[in-house]
Design a protein around this ligand. Sequence first.
Ligand SMILES: Cc1ncc(COP(=O)(O)O)c(C=O)c1O
Length: 338
Amino acid sequence: MIWANAEGCRVTDTEGREYIDLSAGFGVAALGHRDPRVMQAIAEQKVVHALGDLAEAEATVRLRRALPRPAKLGLSGEDAVEIALRTALLATGKPGIVAFEGAYHGTGLAALAATALERFRAPFAAWLPGPVFRFPYGEDPGPLPGDAGCVIVEPVQGRAGARVPPAGFLETLRRRCDEAGALLIADEIYCGLGRTGEMLVSGELADVVCLGKALGGGLPLSAALMWPGLEGVWELGPEDVYTHTHSGTPLACAAALVVLEEVPKLLSEVKRKGEIFARHGWHGAGLMRARPGDAARALERGVIVVPAGQENELISATPPLVISDEEIEEALARLEGC
Ligand SMILES: Cc1ncc(COP(=O)(O)O)c(C=O)c1O
């Protein structure tokens, strides 16, 4: 299937066949595809590309002000995770990473070290940083190993299939980090920015919060939000020692400003619409849902979902947050028995 057109919650392929998109393109299109406000903000920009960390465009500066905490900006989710892990190393001097079964944090080397999917890790095992201490998701890991500089956790696991941990899990991790002098990193790249009905699932608990996916309104943008003061660990001399040519790319920042303004208005509706999925047997939270199923068969029925779970035994639904009740009902009816 080749995407020829994507508008709102509908995608049309090059054969002219229309699909309901329950994926939002891996959870990216929170406001729907080609949201007019996002498209307009992009079109209005007077600077398409500036000088990264040396000289930022106005849109980038405005985004920094709109984010709830000081941020180091990246391009991909993996990039935000890399920044978060490096922040922990700089802040604590300890290289160890506590991570969880089922975790997906991206495929760059540092993120891959924390990722749990063995088939992704095995080819690069010789190069992965660490040590990494892995624990069952949702359980108290106990006192942290002495060389653990951070705990990285998805507040709701995405790729593992919309796994919601028991209440109090993040608070327990916060306590374990405090006891050990480690940072708590919340990877909210999938579950954050309204997906579960909260702007940040981890609230005020984490030292660093990773955002990506929905942040750029469809353009590549990510951010590692830090507790005020923590960003000081990055003052390592006259040059930024972790940066990219396109860091803080203005068009994506302009789109992100729209996302940050519009998504908070949708939160209660996200929770309500999530209940429609729940009534049809989908587990998860808000509009981050999964159930056993076959993504290829779903596509044949005209619904885009993404495989999830350890062995891709689940289908996951992370539709645009603006999806209508009628579109949800239509998609779920098409998916019956699939
Ligand atoms: C929780 C989480 N973290 C990190 C990533 C990596 O993001 P990206 O694919 O943009 O590098 C993903 C991607 O699915 C994710 O779900």
